[in-house]
Design a protein around this ligand. Sequence first.
Ligand SMILES: NC(=O)c1ccc[n+]([C@@H]2O[C@H](COP(=O)([O-])OP(=O)(O)OC[C@H]3O[C@@H](n4cnc5c(N)ncnc54)[C@H](O)[C@@H]3O)[C@@H](O)[C@H]2O)c1
Length: 484
Amino acid sequence: MTPVGEVPDDPFLPGPMAIREAELRTSKRGPRIMTTQRQRVSFVGLGYVGLCTAVAFANRGFETIGVDIDAKRVAQIETGRAPIHEPRLDRMLKTALQTKRLKVTEDVSQVRATDVIFLTVGTPSEPGGEIRLSFVEEAAREIGRCLRDEHGYRLVVVKSTVTPGTTRSTVRPVLEEASGKKIGVQLGLCANPEFLREGSAIDDTFQPDRLLIGAMDGETAARLEGLYRAFFGGKLPPTIVTTPETAELVKYASNAFLATKVSYINTIANIAQLVPGVDVEKVAEGIGLDPRIGPLFLKAGPGYGGSCFHKDLQALIAFSHALGYDPRLLGAVEEVNEEQAAKVVELSERLLGSLRDKRVTVLGLAFKKDTDDIREAASIRVIERLKQKGAEVTAHDPIAIPNARLLLGDSVEFAADSASAIRDADCCIIMTEWDEFRKLSAKDYIEAMRSPNLVDARRLYKPEDFEGLNLLGIGLGKDKARGG
Ligand SMILES: NC(=O)c1ccc[n+]([C@@H]2O[C@H](COP(=O)([O-])OP(=O)(O)OC[C@H]3O[C@@H](n4cnc5c(N)ncnc54)[C@H](O)[C@@H]3O)[C@@H](O)[C@H]2O)c1
């Protein structure tokens, strides 16, 4: 059996008999989960979270059903090609389908055949920052209706990111009304927020830092713990069993803290940039050695992006305001992040003067490497500003161009590779830390560009390797910046 923490290459682990034993659990009131067979699981909503987790469960040998209302999405998943880019996902999806451990469908009634139903639909932002709960409510209603005539115990698990109180005050009444059952009797309900990161979603699912089980009652907690014990081969990652509200807040507090770290180091970077001889990378290294601070997530750059940080901060701010408290720190974190795109554009202006009619190349559109997700990506904020200032923008990304095209249309020229993207450019801005861009040398830029001006918003390059270029980097003090 592969121990927890190791991700097997082909993670069909552990064997069914081991699972059966692992699932035999007891509580104060006697044996609770006497499953003689593996629990069957379903996921309602097959986005990043639902699809990656469903595929992971299927690859661990669970009978898994994935449901999505988007027929095109379901049809594509059925062919074994994931609609999102995640390392290892396609290969594992194919295996899951071939072995028939994973079935995907638009028909939500199929969740009836499963013991644990994960709710993994989206919770996008409303204009005021609050989360839109309509997808969660609708999915809960459909799940409830399907379970109306069922007799066995079912567990519903809210994995979507929802503000504290949502599982108890929104999902619970909807489920109870639609199913005609009482939570805690034939139906279990808990919040179990997800912490996976896009770009490493599969690894994160097999090796999470922690599990948060926000259970409405002891039975629910024991059942979900039992399922995860089976999934992890007997040994759980660090697990906190708590109230649904606490679990829900942990998710927001985690993302708010990470976003704060990013805006914090970007603030320090913006100061460093004004001081001769200072490099924010060394500053980050220096402060990161303090164990109370730690080295992770202290990388200065163009600001955070992705589907979660901005959305979750806005939701937490709106939630807090509704309770009568103004979380000023979190507002500042968002403001600093928004302004960071302007800092990147300012660096290109320091090199070029006016941007009007200048050819500016943006290398990287995805909000980080190893994903094709451009939601809230800093590249989009930078491109919008460049366009406002009259620049002609050419962009390249190894995989995110189709998504970017949907958003940016013809306002940007998309180049098939980095070499053609930088040809005849007046300035190039590195926006995503793709390995492909790391391989470009000073010579590549000098030979291809009209004038070799480079803004390294990700600090991919060592300035000393780029002597012949006008290089400005985020958080790189004035005298290191040639042309600055
Ligand atoms: N993306 C991440 O990295 C990440 C990480 C942790 C947590 N989360 C949270 O997890 C939740 C899901 O995020 P995501 O990025 O996977 O969302 P997503 O928008 O990529 O996917 C949601 C899916 O749910 C489907 N859906 C909507 N209503 C449905 C219904 N009634 N029945 C069946 N399917 C339905 C949609 O068609 C879509 O495919 C969100 O609350 C998000 O904040 C996301």
